[in-house]
Design a protein around this ligand. Structure first.
Ligand code: DLL
Length: 439
């Protein structure tokens, strides 16, 4: 890094925000939490009613542990109050709205004041900096622009960091590759499944992205495996980092991997993270795997109290070698609503992905198809054959994968090899499950 670049990073980031002691961080959280609960209670009728039904008032919060007495918020609450009923400020004070594309029913609309957007840009910049992005980097942003938070979220984060942003959005993969090569992208921001799509087409067209200036990939928005990381690192010649976020809480920039790539630092000066048992709803101790629950500490427009993300992970508070003190979230295995239960065995698509990637004879494009045979659920893993695999070997490769899925995940499934290019390619979040039971 040049001297000017180093100075620019230092001027922009107060390391104290990311390296303060756990005690300092928790004191800050308690102060901000008291404000946030009061703000939600006083300005959002839904939260006030929910507090009343649990018999709590914001003043009951004396320590962070007291948060457990407060009610959860769910996506359904946002739907029931569509579009603006959960806002804590008049609609006129919003600078922007985004929406998540609900697969059923109405989308969820979220809003931001000017101050919320400022914080978001700061956290976007912090997230990218943690991943190794630096001022002056050329950021090719292939997250979708529009109602989805990915495009604009990273756009303003990268601008705040002092990068040159190429606002590509998703789709038109040939043009993406040409722009990356012509402009000399040093950072690629998109979903990991779309990066795979880009890598595959670049290889087909003979464009050597791995030999170019690409250095960092900022991924997120969907579950992906360590095996996928190795594959993409090699094919793009970049270090891929995971980032986490969700529109109900803010968008991208809620958490990010640092250079260690061993868990995502959740930005605890703006969010409070808990893990609960999704069945009993009881808080679980650090280190236990369960559902992530997030409370916002600084959001003005849409404060969230104990939002149930449905994302499954684990929190680790032990110090990170990078020096950041903020808690680490394990890579998200999947959403509790994406978990398949096949003959009593819990299966996430990302587990299947770990088994598939790196195996000879196949390409990393797959789909889990679930249907019902009599009263039993049946899982079929469809995966694409490598173009060099002779037709005659499809059956034996399928049998071998079936064996490995059984022994590593414990579930019995059928494996069907599809011809190269046959499975749909992702332009954003990949669809990994086709559930025919609902048809
Ligand atoms: O996906 C925000 C985002 C954009 C994050 C770009 C990172 C990068 P939503 O569309 O509201 O927001 O979807 C949020 O996506 O609850 C998770 O289930 C999933 N998700 C997000 N990041 C990850 C990740 C954006 N790193 C939902 N790993 C979340 C696994 C993720 N799942």
């Amino acid at each position: 890094m040049s001297v000017t670049t180093r100075a620019a990073v230092a001027a922009m980031f107060d390391p104290a925000q990311e390296t303060m002691s756990r005690d300092e961080l928790q004191n800050l959280q308690l102060r901000r939490l008291a404000w946030s609960l009061g703000h939600a209670h006083d300005n959002v009728p839904h939260h006030r009613r929910a507090f009343e039904s649990r018999g709590v008032i914001p003043g009951d919060l004396r320590s962070l542990d007291d948060l457990g007495a407060f009610p959860f918020t769910t996506k359904l609450d946002l739907r029931d109050n569509y579009p603006f009923g959960m806002l804590a400020v008049p609609r006129e004070q919003l600078n922007r709205v985004h929406a998540s594309s609900g697969t059923t029913g109405k989308p969820t609309v979220v809003g931001y004041t000017k101050a919320d957007l400022e914080n978001w840009a700061d956290l976007g910049a912090r997230t990218m900096a943690a991943a190794g992005v630096r001022p002056g980097d050329l950021v090719h942003n292939a997250y979708g622009y529009g109602l989805f938070t990915g495009g604009l979220g990273f756009h303003y984060g990268a601008e705040r960091l002092g990068c040159t942003v190429v606002p590509m959005s998703g789709g038109n993969t040939e043009k993406q590759i040409a722009m990356m090569a012509d402009l000399g992208a040093s950072v690629l921001a998109c979903t990991p499944s779309y990066a795979l799509n880009i890598a595959e087409l670049a290889e087909k067209e003979g464009v050597d992205l791995a030999g170019g200036p690409l250095r960092v990939a900022v991924f997120g928005a969907e579950p992906w495996s360590e095996a996928m990381r190795c594959d993409i690192d090699r094919r793009l010649g970049a270090r891929a980092h995971d980032t986490y976020g969700l529109s109900e809480i803010m968008g991208p920039g809620v958490g990010a991997e640092c250079a260690e790539r061993d868990g995502l630092h959740g930005w605890e000066d703006h969010f409070l993270f808990e893990i609960i048992d999704p069945n009993t709803l009881e808080p679980l101790p650090p280190g236990a795997v369960g559902e992530l629950v997030i409370t916002t500490l600084t959001k003005q427009a849409l404060p969230m109290v104990r939002y149930r993300t449905r994302d499954i992970t684990r929190l680790r508070v032990e110090p990170c070698p990078c020096g950041r003190t903020h808690v680490r979230l394990d890579r998200i295995t999947g959403r509790s609503d994406d978990m398949l239960i096949i003959r009593g065995v819990n299966v996430y698509p990302s587990q299947v992905e770990s088994v598939l990637l790196g195996r000879d004879g196949i390409r990393p494009h797959y789909l889990l198809v679930v249907d019902r045979q009599g009263s039993m659920d049946r899982l079929t893993v469809e995966v694409e054959a490598d173009p060099l695999l002779p037709d005659g070997d499809y059956a034996s490769v399928g049998k071998d994968i079936r064996h490995h899925i059984k022994s590593l995940i414990g579930v019995t499934c059928d494996v069907v090899l599809r011809n190269p290019g046959e499975l749909p390619r992702s332009l954003g979040k990949a669809v990994r499950i086709k559930d025919l039971r609902k048809a």
